[in-house]
Design a protein around this ligand. Structure first.
Ligand SMILES: [Zn+2]
Length: 276
């Protein structure tokens, strides 16, 4: 069947917009309700679609158990940074578009009746980049997890790494979050880092790679710089798919690839296995 022809014909038949969605993996038109039922995993090719942070929280936590932490923190524009538009205007636009006030949500909740500290970054908000608010929320999350002896789960979806609009204030978040994780580790905490598509840059280079256990969703893009940047810098042709979950599992950077439908159970199992 010619999928393209099918999709272009649909609006003429009066099908409401958004009922079908094209899969970014296989380009097949997918019935949105069906994708939703499968936690936004394509029924044709198993491609794991983007999931907003709030949906992600609903997918992994027991219903109604989430308690938001540090939502009062708001990003500011200390450098009065301007690229195509001012950072101040960009923040307002991103907040309106995504319904988030910055790229990370943190808090506590239950996973199959086990209390955890949970952080999620959302790649829709300035590419999920780690500005001061993201860094501070994660640091406080880790510090609370340390004080309350909670297992720590961070689900990363960050294509942007550090947030250039905040300059050095953004870069220092990598060190700050990593230091908090070192103290959490000294206190014998269990940190499960879950990498989703994409996990890149300063996020991959700091907390996302520091898990006691590192899970990844299938076929996620995970790395530091993009393939083109690497090629332009070191002038070496890198192996095909070197920044995928599967390649990184083979080379020991990822401990386990976990399909989205099994993530909640796998986290619960890991917590029990580690006696936390
Ligand atoms: Zn697909």
């Amino acid at each position: 069947m010619n999928n393209d022809a099918q999709v272009t014909k649909r609006p003429k038949r009066g099908v409401p917009e958004g009922l079908w969605q094209r899969c970014p993996g296989c380009h097949a038109p997918i019935f949105r309700k069906e994708a939703e039922r499968r936690l936004f995993v394509c029924p044709e090719c198993e491609y794991h679609w983007y999931v907003p942070a709030n949906d992600r929280i609903r997918q992994v936590l027991d219903e109604g158990t989430f308690e938001l932490w540090d939502d009062d923190l708001r990003p500011t524009d200390p450098l009065e940074f301007c690229d195509k538009k001012s950072y101040k205007d960009r923040l307002l636009a991103e907040q309106a578009r995504t319904g988030l006030n910055d790229a990370a949500i943190t808090g506590t909740g239950m996973i199959r009746a086990r209390r955890v500290a949970l952080g999620v970054t959302d790649s829709a908000f300035i590419m999920g980049s780690m500005g001061s608010v993201v860094g501070e929320r994660l640091t406080r999350l880790i510090e609370r997890a340390t004080a309350q002896q909670l297992p720590l789960i961070v689900i990363s979806g960050s294509g942007g790494g550090a947030r250039m609009h905040e300059g050095i204030l953004s870069l220092m978040q990598m060190a700050k979050v990593s230091s908090a994780l070192a103290r959490y580790d000294d206190a014998k905490g269990l940190f499960i880092s879950v990498l989703t598509n994409p996990t890149m840059g300063g996020v991959a280079a700091s907390f996302a790679s520091l898990g006691d256990l590192i899970f990844a969703e299938p076929k996620a893009l995970i790395g530091f710089a993009g393939p083109r940047t690497i090629k332009a810098t070191i002038r070496i042709e890198l192996p095909k798919g070197f920044q995928t979950s599967e390649f990184l599992l083979e080379h020991g950077f990822v401990d386990r690839i976990v399909p989205r439908a099994k993530l909640k159970s796998e986290i619960a199992r890991a917590i029990d296995y580690c006696g936390k």
